[in-house]
Write a protein that binds this ligand. Structure first.
Ligand SMILES: [Zn+2]
Length: 487
């Protein structure tokens, strides 16, 4: 079997984390330019594979002594052929995705669902080019698809044993609606716990027993679902903010916890800490929402009274307040007459100023001015306040209630000589005294959340295929949330 390698950056660009198989993961983490191996004492072909797959190329591979060639020649078992076939298809998906040739309909959060979706798109007879003849498939030796149907399963943890007798009489086995089997390994639990839904029956027994992954109605397309909170005590403004920020925090919990805290240590830092504790199974996401709500209430009891409705703008104004200036601005006369050029700064990542001539969020940032009520002493024209970014925070939220007809999927934010790229990650909608939200994943999948209906999200489609993000289910966009992705 030839050693095939992709560079790490190649993978990172092309492939979200959840598409990687454990084998690919192992290869990505440990690819070596020079790989010294001793195969002689390895017992199985898997050991040969593991040792050799750490090599970046055959040229850098040094095999210390002779080895038993029979372990890697003389035919592969059906299961092994299947494994290599699946790896070849996953490689093919990576390549097509990197080249921008993968259909946007090919999605899935696990190997079997992703491969199944890919084969539906390409047809059952499709084989990646350059497939070794030993693993080619056909009528006599067909490609066997893993089961993508419903299989009941359960996750056990430490406390289950103690509660065994009690739980036996209650709902201990959590059957998730339309899920595929997931190995309940510690690694899976850790990685996937972010997308968990609490089972209403199990929740009463203990909070850590969770059901993973509910599924879109589309057959055999299984999606990683972002998680939202359940409406309680007029919490919709908090639901929308917490659900949107949690999805962004999940991109990289360690880095985001630090960035959130650096941006705002009064609210955003503690919120990130709450997300981490939820991630570890200590709190529900609803607990985290109530925690930040109480914190806001303590800081401004009139604005955030318990049980009373709040506005998303006032919540975000506090949560996204920044210790550093984000915007600077000055006044000028359109006819270039001298005016008081005293600069004002804005220390907030919720951007509300400068919308006068904007049709889209990008135009807003590009023009970024407001006509003032005051006039130039010389020409009597209205003065204009011009804004510009002086800092690139990890998050930016734009008040899109006024003037904005198009919410860009990505933004270029200029600061001095640099441009920083931001990706659309959430939109909060308002109508009939209620807030809802759309969450956009890094892969561009759009999910709808209404805490009043359920904590569960509804899949709306792929961002690039949705024409109008300014309205949703007869509510209008009021805030668009972007996260920085790089320069
Ligand atoms: Zn003037």
């Amino acid at each position: 079997m030839p050693i095939k390698c992709w560079s790490i950056s190649h993978f990172s660009t092309a492939f979200p984390d959840y598409y990687r198989s454990p084998y690919l993961e192992a290869r990505l983490n440990r690819i070596l330019r020079n790989n010294v191996v001793d195969l002689n004492n390895s017992r199985l072909h898997q050991s040969y594979y593991t040792a050799l797959s750490r090599s970046a190329s055959a040229a850098g591979t040094i095999i210390l002594q002779g080895f038993d060639a029979r372990k890697i020649t003389g035919g592969a078992s059906g299961a092994l052929r299947q494994e290599f076939r699946e790896l070849e298809i996953l490689d093919d998906i990576v390549r097509l995705r990197y080249d921008g040739k993968l259909s946007s309909t090919v999605i899935g959060d696990r190997r079997n669902t992703l491969i199944s979706c890919f084969r539906k798109w390409k047809g059952d007879h499709y084989m990646p080019s350059g497939l070794h003849k030993a693993i080619r498939w056909g009528k006599a030796d067909p490609f066997l698809e893993s089961n993508t149907g419903d299989i009941p399963w359960r996750i056990l943890d430490r406390t289950v044993k103690d509660l065994q007798s009690e739980a036996d009489s209650k709902a201990q086995v959590v059957t998730a609606n339309k899920t595929s089997p997931v190995s309940p390994t510690a690694q899976n639990l850790k990685r996937k716990s972010a997308m968990l839904e609490f089972s209403p029956t199990a929740e009463g027994i203990h909070k850590k027993l969770k059901a993973t992954h509910f599924v879109d109605e589309t057959p055999s397309i299984v999606l990683s679902t972002p998680k939202g909170t359940r409406w309680r005590n007029n919490s919709c403004a908090y639901d929308a903010v917490v659900s949107s920020l949690f999805a962004i925090w999940l991109d990289d919990p360690t880095t985001q916890s630090e960035s959130f805290n650096n941006l705002n240590s009064q609210f955003l830092g503690p919120l990130a800490n709450g997300f981490a504790r939820h991630h570890d199974g200590e709190f529900t996401l609803d607990d985290v929402r109530d925690f930040i709500r109480r914190r806001l209430q303590r800081s401004a009891p009139d604005e955030f009274g318990w049980g009373r409705e709040a506005s998303v703008h006032s919540v975000l104004e506090r949560v996204l307040g920044s210790d550093l200036p984000i915007l600077s601005s000055n006044l000028h006369c359109p006819n270039h007459h001298p005016v008081d050029r005293r600069q004002l700064t804005v220390q907030n990542c919720l951007i509300t100023a400068g919308t006068d001539r904007a049709g889209s969020v990008q135009e807003w940032v590009d023009i970024f001015d407001n006509t003032r009520a005051s006039k130039c002493h010389i020409c009597d024209d209205f003065l204009v306040r011009k804004h510009w970014f002086v800092h690139n925070p990890v998050l930016l939220a734009f008040n899109v209630s006024a003037n904005i007809q198009f919410i860009n999927h990505s933004l270029m934010i200029p600061i001095n000589e640099n441009n920083f790229t931001y990706k659309l990650r959430g939109i909060i909608y308002h109508g009939e005294s209620h807030f809802t939200a759309r969450i956009i994943t890094p892969a561009g999948l759009v999910w709808f959340h209404d805490g009043m209906t359920s904590a569960r999200m509804e899949y709306d489609g792929i961002l690039s295929s949705l024409d109008d993000m300014c309205s949703c289910r007869s509510k209008s966009a009021t805030v668009a949330i972007y996260a920085m992705t790089g320069t």
